[in-house]
Design a protein around this ligand. Structure first.
Ligand SMILES: *Cc1c(COP(=O)(O)O)cnc(C)c1O
Length: 472
């Protein structure tokens, strides 16, 4: 094999060039692609399955094959017509930085070994603490997403609450430990119950607090259940309910938990981004008084996937829970050692794409992005609600729109059919859901690429599909 002066073989160079060029072609064409894959799972499995070859294949050929075989089987999640779940849209500046992250191959687990990465990631964390209006000195761990961030936040809470009762959970575990009462909302995200399962606190032991028609915790029921807690509790609140976009009433709830010596963790996967927009910040009033927060960077910021952050007011609690070396700060890196704030030791430089996106957008650009998502959601909701027979089931306070067709069980069947029709037409892609006993078409506006044209298209597609089924 010919060795080039660049350190790459001709073949390796060709593989990289092929991949970068395929990535460019893919993203250039994305807005004209069908909003959903034309190829199903079975066919995709057929395309890729086969025996592992003995001799291997040439590097550019592998990349060409991956590209060709993925044709039609990728979901246009980065496109302007994607409204499913709450995903963000892999902003191209983040994608560009992500290409460097892989090429650089830095193990970001150690600060002094990778100074450039530490410089960017530390700065990213400072910017996030500032953007969200959190207290100076808040600790941060860059993790894969809000599931991991919620888990880390719960572990920091578990540490602090048990330490306050004289119990060293990292050393002595949970067997025989004093109990930690846990309160969560009736509509808490599955990531929250997963965090309770993983942390040994038990999803089934958590006390579920009643919520209102927007999925917000009911303060009266909360006060009753808080009063029953036999020890300082862990309370998990929510900024952004996945169906309604609703926010818990942070200010009053947090104060009452702190009066009992408890810890408040906020699942703010997409909702905490409301704090960066003056017009929407009221949704998060008081949220900065919590003790820990979980946020996705791949949602609000449209970072490429593998981008979330856990933020903990008392950084020592995060380090005590996460550090594999025990509950102390290593002397040579007293202020920050990345692996002391996350469960992993070795990891990719996952903060770099978000650092690049934030630099690119600036403070005003981030606020504009989040506000745009809200305005487009309101625009879609208005158009849909104006159609007789269609109902918007939620107050559109943020970026979520929940649409119901007709009434009762017959209406629910229509909702499912209309959603299938809209998805099959392939112009836009909303997803399904269930809210308060009704089927819903769930529309999330969270991709950086979505603008008015596709918001209008989403409303038109749903209305057209509804009319066709209603008149059938
Ligand atoms: C998306 C989401 C999560 C989970 O985040 P991942 O990034 O998928 O791990 C948790 N809570 C809420 C409210 C979410 O929207």
């Amino acid at each position: 094999m010919t060795q080039l002066a660049t350190g790459l073989t001709v073949e390796e160079r060709a593989a990289l060039a092929t991949a970068y060029s395929a990535a460019l072609s893919y993203r250039t064409a994305i807005s004209h692609q069908p909003a959903r894959p034309a190829v199903g799972l079975d066919e995709a499995m057929e395309r890729f399955r086969g025996p592992l070859s003995e001799a291997g294949e040439s590097a550019p050929k592998v990349i060409e094959q991956i590209t060709a075989k993925s044709e039609g089987a990728l979901h246009a999640m980065t496109g302007p017509g994607f409204f499913g779940y709450v995903l963000g849209g892999s902003h191209p500046v983040g994608v560009a930085a992500d290409a460097l992250v892989s090429a650089w191959g830095q193990n970001a687990g150690s600060a002094s070994e990778t100074p450039a990465i530490t410089g960017m990631e530390r700065t990213l964390c400072d910017w996030l603490v500032d953007l969200f209006g959190l207290p100076d000195g808040t600790g941060a761990g860059l993790v894969t997403g809000a599931s991991a961030a919620n888990f880390c936040g719960v572990l920091a809470a578990r540490h602090a609450l048990l330490a306050a009762q004289g119990w060293d959970v990292e050393q002595d575990g949970l067997i025989g430990a004093p109990p930690i009462p846990v309160l969560i909302g009736a509509e808490a995200h599955s990531a929250v119950t997963a965090a309770l399962r993983y942390s040994g606190l038990g999803a089934g032991r958590a006390c579920r607090v009643a919520t209102d028609e927007q999925g917000r915790i009911d303060p009266a029921d909360f006060a009753r259940k808080l009063a029953l807690c036999e020890a300082p509790p862990l309370v998990i609140l929510q900024a952004g309910q996945i169906n309604t976009g609703g926010f818990d009433p942070f200010e009053a709830l947090i104060e009452s938990v702190h009066a009992r010596g408890g810890w408040v963790h906020v699942d703010g996967a997409f909702g905490l981004w409301a704090t960066v927009v003056p017009e929407l910040a009221h949704l998060c009033t008081g949220v900065a008084r919590a003790d820990s927060w979980a946020v996705d960077l791949h949602k609000g910021l449209s970072a490429p996937f593998d981008a979330g952050v856990v933020l903990v007011r008392d950084r020592a609690a995060l380090v005590a829970a996460m550090s594999a070396r025990g509950a102390y700060l290593p002397s040579q890196n007293a202020e920050w050692e990345p692996s002391d704030s996350t469960p992993e030791l070795s990891r990719r430089a996952r903060g770099v794409p978000s650092y690049a996106i934030l630099r690119h957008l600036g403070r005003a650009g981030v606020a504009e992005l989040i506000l745009r998502h809200h305005r487009l959601a309101v625009r879609i909701a208005r158009a849909v609600a104006a159609e007789p027979g269609l109902t918007v089931a939620n107050d559109v306070v943020f970026n979520q729109v929940a649409v119901c067709c007709g009434e009762g069980p017959a209406g629910d069947r229509l909702t499912k059919t209309v959603l299938r029709d809209v998805q099959a037409r392939g112009k836009v892609y909303p997803s399904h859901g269930e809210w308060r006993g009704r089927q819903i078409i769930r529309i999330s506006v969270s991709g950086y690429a979505t603008g008015e044209a596709h918001a209008d298209l989403a409303a038109q597609e749903i209305i057209a599909a509804w009319r066709a089924r209603r008149d059938a």
